[in-house]
Ligand binder design. Structure first.
Ligand code: ZN
Length: 50
């Protein structure tokens, strides 16, 4: 079994609309969240997926 480092995946999901995205970095996830929250005042969270 190889132990190659897989890319981390971040899942961002909005609680107030159907928006849902999978991002490849925490920065992308954070910027998506802050942009969406800034535009819509929705409540959005991002978390890492293993
Ligand atoms: Zn939303």
């Amino acid at each position: 079994m190889e132990s190659t480092s897989r890319p981390r995946v971040y899942h961002a999901v909005c609680r107030d609309c159907p928006l849902e995205r999978v991002l490849e970095s925490a920065e992308e996830a954070d910027s998506l969240v802050s942009r969406h929250v800034g535009r819509t005042a929705h409540s959005m969270v991002a978390g890492r997926v293993d």
